[in-house]
Design a protein around this ligand. Sequence first.
Ligand code: HAM
Length: 427
Amino acid sequence: MKIPPVKGTRDFYPELMRVRNFIIDGWKAVSLRNGFEEYDGPIFELLKMYQIKSGDEIAEQLFNLVDRGGRELAIRPEITPTLARMVNQQINSLPRPIKWFSVPRLCRAERPQKGRLREFFQWNVDIIGVDDVLADAEVIFTAVDYLREVGLKEGDILVKISSRKMLAEILLSIGVGQEQFDSVYAVLDKRSKMPAEAFEEMLVGCISDSGKRAKVIEVMAVESLEQISSIIEVDEKLTTAIDEVQRLFELLSVMGIAEFCQFDIGIVRGLAYYTGIVYEIYDKKAELRAIGGGGRYDNLLKQFGGPDVTATGFGMGDCVLGILLEEKGLLKAASVGGAIDYFVAYADGQYQNKAVEITAKLRGKGLKVNFSYKGGNLGKQLKQASSQGAGASIIVGQEIENGQLAVKDMHSGEQKVVGVEEFWASL
Ligand code: HAM
């Protein structure tokens, strides 16, 4: 009986594994150069942790299980709750600000589709303990820094930015109560993913007054911060929230990434814990799902029983990113992995030991080396060397009796007989 793989998962054959490593190595390198330190947590946690403040959508996508002791657990669908739990646990001894990153493997029981799977990797970059929009700017910069590093340009990607703090003030001024926020946010977050009529119908479910609904729809159509004041009465709190978004754009400009960023009031985010600046990163043609998303979540640590410490950060998955990099021809560096320095061939079975000895010695010098297991036809062995991308082949044959080896440059095809001593000295 052949066992099929589980729906929404991937088998990382070496070719795909190279792509995964290429993406993850880049994430790690860029995190480090932006001053973030790596952390990780367990792949499963107590189920209730995800039910506190992540929101219904993610809670419905959990893979959960009951352990032998009857504890209800869930495989992590995101790492932000784990981060909040871990930071709370050692809040008094951790030097602040906390600038941490992680690349967890996550699972969500979503409907698998282009760019969305049931198991994926997600780069997380978070700053904890900095109540300044400068921290939001720095995490956005880190995301763009990576995307630029792998070769994406202003014309390829866009960070769409808004603010929940601002949206909250707008909703209050329209007369939508705070207790309705979670459900209104969940509906607003889906606006760009559905037809206008369906969206308006969903909105009826959380705002019954048609006048207020119309106002919300009108606000959600603004294209600039300035336009807001022509629709809504701007009080002091709303001014503060708008100023904060403006300050963010100023910082992004100072950091040289303004071209990658745009205000978009439609960005609300699906997770319930965001409290301030929010953003999502998209391919500029808007053909794919979000490449990444994040924002400020100032109350999560407190809601997890910790002190009142602010936080901001983002998550970026490997799936949509991989599709975009492939489309733009930016995965070439990842496709030529696995090439070896030397392939050791031998003309006859009696030279096998010598070939193995040379292989071991070369490997001991830190070189990537393979050898033929079977020996036999030299032409076939050299074909194998080519298919493994060897830079050169060493052929152990009769010359070895006189202390000599044949070395074939696999690029030029040139073959030379050299003394064994000379060969080792040349390395
Ligand atoms: P999220 O928007 O749920 O945020 O996920 C962030 C990114 O993870 C998405 O934009 C997407 O690239 C990737 N992603 C999510 N679900 C899937 C999936 N099923 N398959 C493939 N990729 C996926 C969060 O998870 C927040 N915890 C991020 C964050 C960190 N906020 C603050 N700090």
